[in-house]
Design a protein around this ligand. Structure first.
Ligand code: NDP
Ligand SMILES: CC(C)CCC[C@@H](C)[C@H]1CC[C@H]2C3=C(CC[C@]12C)[C@@]1(C)CCC(=O)C[C@@H]1CC3
Length: 345
């Protein structure tokens, strides 16, 4: 059992603070006068005022050291969805989150803000203006989503006013912005390989893409609203840009902004989805012999060809949430931040 020291309310830890969202969160917390410790499996930068603790969040002992004297923990670490590694997702997102919650209880952390995902309710079919009371996906579309569901349940169940641990889950969707290692780099790589010529379906499906600053804003609002009498304790909140956009318009804006052609030709959704399933099966069967990762995974095709946008009215009502950066400005700032990915660069 670790010895407790009196935690300061402006002393926080960001688990996963070396990642895309985590680093933006750390920078905003510093601006707001917080003292920040980062716990991550890797250290990707250095910043004055930030103490780094490198370690695996499944190792409770390392966590205990990093969380000493901390009153508020943001947990935004996860293996990348593209890894599609069932054992890794289970170990980090489920066992690891249990270790985080145990460590928080042992050192006397008072608040835990989890980065969950709006995908926890997504089964590959249309969701329009989805609210937080939608049931969790019964057939999650991949191992990432399956373990994000279990993770969210664990964190929300751990909320216990008597024991002095308050928890809340933030469910963002399609985070984008400067330094994102997924969306823009994968999109550009696919375009450079000549595979971004096609629109999956009729192109009218609406989706949420959320600028990273808005996601950060939602996390900090949640942390600052989390008090024993607050309605947010033990609940999940969608945080979006509140501007659903056609999936293919968003992709085209980024591509054209970076000097690539927008996709033009339509392919039927069911055909592409069926092909992506076949490819996924083939990659599984052949994995002992050759490692190949299809670009158009069933998850990506489902995300690209269905409506899935979410209401953030609960966050507006309970914590006064309002996006701080519009979609248009978010796209502009994102495009400007990737000069090295421009066509011809
Ligand atoms: N990006 C998006 O569109 C969305 C993301 N989310 C959620 O937001 C959170 C942050 O995502 P994002 O910033 O995009 O992801 P990143 O991969 O950029 O950041 C996650 C960080 O966690 C680290 N990490 C992974 N495993 C461990 C471990 N065992 N112990 C300690 N650190 C670890 C990663 O290291 P390494 O890179 O070496 O693995 C990385 O630094 C995640 O929980 C994700 O599920 C939710 C909705 C949408
Ligand atoms: C090849 C193209 C059809 C698509 C290229 C862009 C995609 C890489 C991204 C479009 C929507 C994104 C998204 C996520 C990852 C990147 C995309 C698939 C998540 C799966 C990340 C983790 C989550 O919790 C949900 C996200 C939904 C949207």
């Amino acid at each position: 059992m670790a010895t407790r020291i009196r935690p300061s309310s402006k002393r926080c830890a960001v688990i996963g603070g070396s990642g895309f969202l985590g680093r933006h969160l750390v920078e905003k917390l510093l601006d707001k006068g917080y003292t920040v410790s980062v716990f991550d499996i890797r250290q990707s930068y250095e910043l004055p005022g930030v103490t780094f603790h490198q370690g695996d969040l499944c190792d409770k002992q390392s966590l205990l050291t990093a969380l000493h004297g901390v009153s508020l923990v943001f947990h935004c670490a996860s293996p990348a969805p593209a890894s599609d590694d069932k054992a890794l997702f289970q170990r980090v997102n489920i066992q690891g989150t249990q270790a985080v919650l145990q460590a928080c209880t042992e050192v006397g952390v008072q608040k835990v803000v989890l980065t969950s995902s709006a995908s926890v309710v997504f089964e590959g079919t249309d969701i329009k203006d989805g609210r937080e009371d939608l049931p969790y996906a019964k057939k999650p579309i991949d191992y990432y989503t399956q373990t994000k569901i279990e993770q969210e349940k664990l964190v929300l169940k751990a909320c216990d006013k008597e024991k002095g641990l308050l928890t809340v889950a933030i469910r963002p969707h399609g985070i984008f912005g400067p330094r994102d290692p997924q969306l823009v780099p994968i999109l550009v790589d696919t375009a450079r390989r000549g595979k971004m010529k096609f629109i999956i379906g009729d192109g009218s499906n609406l989706v949420d893409f959320t600028f990273v600053d808005n996601v950060v804003h939602g996390h900090i609002l949640a942390a600052e609203s989390l008090r024993p009498e607050s309605p947010i304790c033990g609940k999940a909140y969608h945080i979006t840009n509140d501007e659903p956009v056609r999936f293919w318009d968003f992709m085209s804006d980024i591509l054209v902004g970076l000097g690539y052609a927008a996709p033009r030709y339509h392919l039927p959704y069911t055909l592409v989805y069926g092909l992506s399933l076949l490819l996924w099966l083939l990659s599984l069967l052949l994995s002992p012999l050759v490692a190949f990762k299809p670009t158009f995974t069933p998850m990506r095709v489902a995300l690209a060809g269905t409506h899935h946008f979410y209401s953030c009215s609960r966050a507006k009502q309970d914590m006064g949430y309002k996006p701080v950066v519009s979609l248009k400005d978010g796209i502009r700032r994102t495009v400007e931040s990737y000069p090295h990915l421009r066509h011809g660069a």
